[in-house]
Design a protein around this ligand. Structure first.
Ligand SMILES: NC(=O)c1ccc[n+]([C@@H]2O[C@H](COP(=O)([O-])OP(=O)(O)OC[C@H]3O[C@@H](n4cnc5c(N)ncnc54)[C@H](OP(=O)(O)O)[C@@H]3O)[C@@H](O)[C@H]2O)c1
Length: 328
């Protein structure tokens, strides 16, 4: 079991220091399910789910748009088939506030009810705004989240891809409605240390907002299994630095892992994130990946390792998509 658990502000919910991302579950374009990754199946997903929960990694992050609802459907089926494990799970999902959803209150409640239906639960533990792309004000979005919370459909509420100033604005808009902002889900890894460099992590800490790190192993790049000669397949646009740069970082991860009795590059990369009190939510396609990722917990990098990793972490890399999507 994981040793630490973090409370989500404004709720009775606590989450472990590490979660699981479920974008790949049912997704073809990026992750190859039903496409290039013939080894990714419902049964390997079930094994990933079981291995994670059994290791105490009980937070599962999904979204209405992942696989057009398929990720939520798969997670819902797993929860429905396994009451014992389901009882210990925290479910986080997301509302996509496309700019054309001008009636944000009605859209959000409709989306949330559809998510609950696919997930087969009465309420989600955490309901997040997927990105800062709505044309509506923070106040209008806060109204919608507050109503979802009052109706008992979301135990805690969060945001994703919001900058430090947007996080403050949303926290304050929610506070005016008697609600706390619980989390901000952001891309944070050794391939993108911007949230630390630009003060976003410090802001989250100050506000009592849990930072969740997405693409924490650079969409597989930091596992050590990809290289300049063997780049990752699929359309993986987060953490997409040149593989020659990534190779240098994975060499450092390998060296540090050896010093700690054979920890893998992924485990070192994830442990570096937890050392900053940020909760990584790595995707897992099968039991082996889930078990390896869970092994990022239960040991600690020392100050020398952390300084070395801080030194190789990359800041300032931005694709066009990221500029629009990730505010910082
Ligand atoms: N809010 C947002 O805007 C946003 C954006 C992106 C992601 N997310 C969330 O964050 C989660 C995680 O991010 P991510 O899935 O983009 O990237 P990631 O967690 O950095 O990488 C996940 C991928 O790496 C590979 N992998 C994972 N563990 C491994 C291991 N131990 N050994 C070898 N390979 C391993 C798998 O793909 P292969 O085996 O195919 O290499 C897996 O699908 C998502 O699932 C989603 O829930 C949110």
């Amino acid at each position: 079991m994981t040793s630490t658990s973090l409370p989500l502000a404004g709720s009775e919910v606590s989450i472990p220091a590490l979660g699981v991302g479920t974008w790949a579950w049912g997704d073809r374009a990026t992750w190859g399910m039903g496409g290039y990754d013939t080894s990714l199946t419902r049964s390997t997903i079930e094994e990933a789910f079981e291995a994670s929960v059994d290791a105490g990694v009980t937070l599962f992050d999904t979204a209405e748009i992942y696989g057009r609802g398929e990720s939520e459907r798969i997670l819902g089926a797993l929860l429905g088939a396994d009451d014992k494990r389901a009882a210990s799970v925290q479910v986080a999902t997301k509302f996509m506030p496309f700019p054309w959803k001008l009636d944000v209150r009605a859209s959000l409640l409709r989306s949330l009810r559809a998510s609950l239906d696919r997930l087969g639960v009465e309420a989600v533990d955490l309901y997040q705004i997927h990105g800062p792309v709505s044309l509506r004000s923070h106040g209008a979005i806060a109204d919608a989240l507050a109503e979802a919370h009052q109706l008992g459909l979301a135990r805690a509420v969060g945001i994703s891809n919001y900058s430090a100033s947007e996080t403050r604005a949303m926290a304050s808009a929610l506070e005016k409605r008697g609600l706390r902002l619980a989390s901000n889900q952001i891309e944070f890894s050794l391939l993108r240390t911007d949230p630390e460099a630009d003060g976003l992590l410090a802001t989250c800490r100050q506000l009592g907002v849990v930072a969740l790190a997405y693409s924490p192993i650079g969409q597989g790049r930091l596992t050590g299994k990809y290289s300049a000669d063997n780049p990752p397949p699929g359309k993986r646009t987060f953490g997409n630095l040149p593989m020659s740069v990534v190779d240098g970082i994975t060499a450092v991860l390998r060296g540090i892992g050896e010093k700690h009795g054979g920890k893998t590059p992924s485990q070192v990369a994830l442990n570096w994130i937890t050392a900053k009190s940020v909760v990584p939510i790595p995707g897992a396609k099968n039991r082996r990946q889930a078990e390896e990722n869970a092994g990022a917990l239960g040991w600690q990098l020392d100050a020398e390792d952390l300084a070395q990793l801080d030194g190789v972490g990359r800041v300032g890399h931005r694709s066009l998509q990221n500029r629009f999507w990730q505010h910082g």
